[in-house]
Design a protein around this ligand. Structure first.
Ligand code: ATP
Length: 142
């Protein structure tokens, strides 16, 4: 339909979503990005966060673990390492990941080998866990 676009959320493991939508909102690196039908072609980097799309007046929310979004030919393709709708999110696992990340961030700023890179990984893991828990809390979806 003229007032719809196609949304595909793809991970290395599966196609999480392949649907039509009236609009899509994605967590861009520099802030949320809205995409409507017949949007100009673009590629954008995403951060871990919540993707929302509207379909038949209903809004669906989904966690995406960052990655890239390509908009072309009235299709939004999101390539991400992980994507989950609220019902697919294991809250206990996400809470455990959050606790682990917080412990790491509260500890030494260096790894055993003296590299700061683990703090960056811990921060990224923290963001994924927080966003999963937020997505779960928002509920909704199908
Ligand atoms: P964890 O430390 O619990 O593995 P993580 O953030 O490192 O969390 P990811 O690397 O983002 O995990 O994801 C690895 C795989 O596990 C993906 O397929 C993702 O969908 C799945 N996954 C991770 N956490 C959860 C969760 N809380 N609920 C459901 N699936 C999850």
């Amino acid at each position: 339909m003229a007032n719809e676009l196609t949304l595909r959320v793809i991970t290395p493991e599966r196609i999480v979503t392949d649907t039509t939508a009236a609009s899509v909102r994605m967590p861009g690196l520099d802030g949320d990005m809205g995409v409507f039908p017949r949007h100009a072609a673009m590629v954008a980097a995403l951060k871990p966060g919540i993707l929302r799309y509207k379909e038949g007046g209903l809004e669906t929310t989904m966690f995406v673990a960052g990655g890239f979004a390509e908009v072309r030919d009235n299709t939004v393709r999101v390539l991400t390492s992980a994507g989950e709708e609220p019902a697919d999110i294991d809250q206990v696992r996400a809470q455990a990941a959050l606790d682990r990340a917080r412990q790491r961030l509260a500890g030494s700023q260096v790894t055993n080998s003296g590299e700061p890179i683990d703090m960056i990984r811990a921060e990224a893991a923290l963001q994924r866990a927080l966003m999963r828990l937020t997505t779960k809390g928002l509920g909704g979806g199908r």
